[in-house]
Design a protein around this ligand. Sequence first.
Ligand code: DQA
Length: 143
Amino acid sequence: MKRILIIHGPNLNQLGTREPDIYGSKTLDEINSDLVKQSTAYKLDLSFIQSNLEGDIVDAIQQTDCDGIIINPAAYTHTSIAIRDAISGKQIPVIEVHLSNVYQRESFRHHSHIAPVCIGQITGFGPTSYHLALLAISDHLSA
Ligand code: DQA
């Protein structure tokens, strides 16, 4: 069974009450437990972290011995060269996900420092973005 680390960045611990018109009404715990249920179909073993701190996310990427990473870097998508460098220094596949369609939003959200070092980016499908990432990383790892 392949092991996947799911990383949720800053403010995603507030899902459910945070701007529900943009991010939906599910809490992070609900999204994570849906993903655990969905992961059995892909024979993936998931672990999760959420952090509001850039350095914690860098540490998690450096230290993981998982086979792949699914990351929603949240606002760090648009600012963090440190997270980008952590990913490019790690020889495992990483997929970037977003709940909202960042390209329909403010122009500062249109640039990702992270996407160029990922195998792909999924944006705009709410919690389904994470589900699509499970399918994509499972396909990638079994190719
Ligand atoms: C987000 C989009 C980011 O621009 C924003 O800063 C977030 C959430 C998303 O999932 O849609 O915090 O990553």
